[in-house]
Ligand binder design. Structure first.
Ligand code: PMP
Length: 360
């Protein structure tokens, strides 16, 4: 019997138990080699096989075309906020950004250090509860790229469509990658911090179209240069080797589950159940425009915020962990990434109903 709690943390988030067990079983002695993956040379044949398999599996899962490079980098998604302009925004050029919340604004603030940023659209007028209609976006002719965050982890706001632009699309998919199928060919670059649907924090996955390589500024640090990373198989220096291995175990698990199509069905059932419950209740509330509601991060408020503490304490006592909303937003947030099943949602909804009965 497992005594694992249901972990609704936004990140680092729950990992599939089967993956953790596999890592545990292989921890001291990887496949009879007498050492842990953590202790292997990243140049060894064994590790090369692990790294290549992880890349191939994520290529299979997302049907990544061969003219895209897949990079396993470090520094989390936040470091990409600087790496993107350093690699893709020429001096004097302009990049378009869409502001839909805290993460896209962080990307905007960082990019401004390196060049001209045009905020083509902002969710501010909608209090960040809806995505501005594409017809209102003010795109720059000849922009180096258009950046947006497909899922705002804190606000709980997700695109269920892909913007159209002449410039290459650069998208922060940290909190929704692998949650449903995706047409990679619509994007110039996709990046995702690992600690939600991929693996341990610190690692960041970058999928970049080959024609976008070779454009880095002269001042771009070697370690932040995508071309250097691509030419060296993400091993210009010692990579985050153990995290990469764990990401590989998650990709294998995803394939066993039926891949991203199976995840889509499961995630749809999960979010429908949770939003359905919230909408049917007059005690809980989610303010996001229905079309923009995140499948992965569900913020909600109680009718009286004075009850927040009691709600969280009761949840903790039942093994429903990390439901507190981000400090900038308050209220609650349930992050329901791939590793959580419908059983986690049922446990949460059961508790929410019980709490409402007692306090509503
Ligand atoms: N973008 C999004 C959408 C995120 O959710 C996060 C982390 N929660 C980040 C970027 C930053 O990621 P990291 O902490 O790996 O730098």
């Amino acid at each position: 019997m497992s005594n694992r709690a249901f972990n609704f943390c936004a990140g680092p988030a729950a990992l599939p138990e089967a993956v953790l067990k596999r890592a545990q079983a292989e921890m001291l002695d990887w496949r009879g080699k007498g050492l842990s993956v953590m202790e292997m040379s990243h140049r060894s044949d064994d590790y090369t096989a692990i790294a290549e398999k992880a890349e191939q599996d994520v290529r299979d899962l997302l049907s990544i075309p061969s003219h895209y490079k897949v990079l396993f980098l470090q520094g989390g998604a936040s470091q990409q906020f600087a790496e993107i302009p350093l690699n893709l925004l020429p001096e004097g050029g302009t990049a378009d950004y869409v502001d839909t919340g805290i993460w896209s604004r962080k990307a905007i603030d960082e990019a401004r250090r390196y060049g001209n940023v045009n905020v083509a659209a902002s969710g501010k007028a909608h209090d960040y509860l809806a995505i501005p209609a594409e017809a209102e976006w003010k795109l720059t002719p000849g922009a180096a790229y258009l950046h947006y965050a497909s899922n705002e982890t804190i606000g709980g706001l997700e695109f269920d469509w892909v913007p159209k632009a002449n410039a290459p699309l650069v998208v922060d998919m940290s909190s929704d990658i692998l949650s449903r199928p995706l047409d990679v060919s619509q994007f110039g670059m996709i990046y995702a911090g690992a600690q939600k649907n991929i693996g341990p924090s610190g690692l960041v996955l970058v999928i970049i179209r080959e024609d976008l390589l070779g454009k880095a500024r002269a001042v771009c640090p070697t370690m932040l240069n995508y071309t250097v990373a691509a030419e060296n198989g993400s091993m210009y220096n010692t990579p985050a080797s153990y995290s990469w291995y764990l990401a590989g175990l998650v990709f294998e698990w995803l394939k066993e589950q039926g891949g991203v199509a199976a995840m889509e069905a499961r995630n749809r059932a999960k979010k429908d159940r949770l939003y359905g419950f919230i909408d049917a209740s007059s005690f809980y509330h989610n303010p996001i425009a229905p079309a923009a509601r995140s499948w992965m991060n569900v913020p909600f408020r109680l009718a009286d915020e004075k009850l927040d503490k009691a709600f969280l304490a009761g949840a903790d006592a039942r093994g429903l962990l990390n439901l507190k909303g981000h400090r900038s937003v308050g209220g609650m947030r349930a992050s329901i990434y791939n590793a959580l099943g419908l059983d986690a949602i049922e446990a949460l909804v059961g508790y929410m109903a019980e709490f409402e009965k007692e306090h509503g």
